[in-house]
Design a protein around this ligand. Sequence first.
Ligand code: BYC
Ligand code: FE
Ligand code: FE
Length: 489
Amino acid sequence: MSTTTESMTGQTTFEVDYSELIPNNVDLNSDRALKRALEKWQPNFLDWWKEMGPEGFQAKEVYLRTAVGVDKAGWAKFGYVRMPEYRWGILLAPRDENRKIAFGKHKGEPAWQEVPGEYRAMLRRLVVIQGDTEPASVEQQRYLGKTAPSLYDMRNLFQVNVEEGRHLWAMVYLLQKYFGRDGREEAEELLRRRSGNADKPRILGAFNEKTPDWLSFFMFTQFTDRDGKMQLESLAQSGFDPLSRTCRFMLMEESFHMFTGQTGVGRTVEKTCQMMNEAGITDPYDVEAVRALGVIDLPTIQRKANFHMSVSRDLFGAEVSTNAANAFNAGLKGRFHEIDLEDDHQLTNDTYSVVRYKNNAFIEEEVPALSAINARLLDDYINDCQRGIDRWNRVIEKAGIDFRVKQPHKAFNRRIGEFADLNVSTEGEVMDSETWESRKYEWLPTESDLKFLVDLMHPVTEPGKFASWIAPPKVGVDQKPGDFEYVKL
Ligand code: BYC
Ligand code: FE
Ligand code: FE
């Protein structure tokens, strides 16, 4: 039961009301029209989940966490749930009555509780793009349960999936509560587009790629979910308070997705190094010998990382962007950790250094900071990625193997932004398209790499056991012992 709220104020409580059909902490009962709209959408969501959600495991009991409150202390409850019975709900971080808009031309004004009319279209577009990525990732990952390297990993996959489903609910709540009829139409469209479908694709490029194997899944959660983190951090700064509060709670869930990727690749690297050492293989490029051990060679891991990093960088949009400048100026989308930055938060006279390709060379150019909002967020993202890569490299270094995972050059394999028309190697060497075609597999996974990965994926479903290519985790979920039955098959 929720603690009481004053109905019409849109106030939240810390606890979530699970006695309702749609669990929520936004006092849904006080808004009949919204409640009806959401209850109408809910069965369509469930149909979509059953059609496009994890294939083959819908009737199994999975040890999942469900959010029970939005305060920092103990927000999650663990227990066995069948995924279609997961309590997807609407959870917003609590409202701060005194919150002010922190940046842009409305800086210092009280945060908006309703959509400002002049920014309606821009705001709706941001919410729709964010919303579209959530079901897309569930669609991309729907076959992975069948080849899970352990019950622990299978459970983590499903946890990520149900939470991405909840993130869709978060955006649909905003659309239906604040955008009237066109919001309701957009909410239906979010269930109609399909990842990778030629006629009805998802909006952003990375969300139409395949996630056919578990290394892809771990790279995706490390690098693409991390774009999600950066975008949510920027939207959490929004002057539109309901969006800010939604994103703040989503970020608490998001950190688990990145944990999955960070540790998933980390455990893969660890097992490779361990097996190389046991077999006395010192050359990481002796690919055949390494693969014969039933583990993934480090150069393949590097090529996979190159692919996922470059595709995820495209998600930041054009480095120099008037869309981004407008959204910042309007107070709708801020910078990473906006309120902690020490400047005027309006950027009227500031500049930012952007890498551009001019006169056959990469140069750093000072551009108006407002137009470089996307470039800056991309830089923050690249720094954030590096921290994770450093941790993988410490594992390799400790094993005494002469190999380091590296980030490719910013311009490598880009389809969006400054470098979209260039062909650039991971080292920043620019080439014509013929040379690129003949050399690109030095840096990107080959067909045979991908086939090797798919062939290596054999399900391991005995509690406490792991596939040959991945080390066990350091600790279990919810402090469960190593042989805990995370999914009852
Ligand atoms: N693909 O000025 P531009 C997540 C379009 S991930 C296709 O360059 P802007 C998650 C753009 O729409 C986070 N099209 O870019 C992760 C525009 O079209 P129009 C998702 C693209 O607008 C894992 C034109 O190019 N959230 O949550 O500044 C699992 C020029 O626009 C792409 C968000 O992205 C692309 N990659 O920024 C689950 C936040 N990039 O208007 C979930 C919301 C650009 O000319 N979205 N275009 O027709 C935004 O903030 C911005 O829309 C973007 C683009 C960052 C995406
Ligand atoms: Fe998400
Ligand atoms: Fe995520």
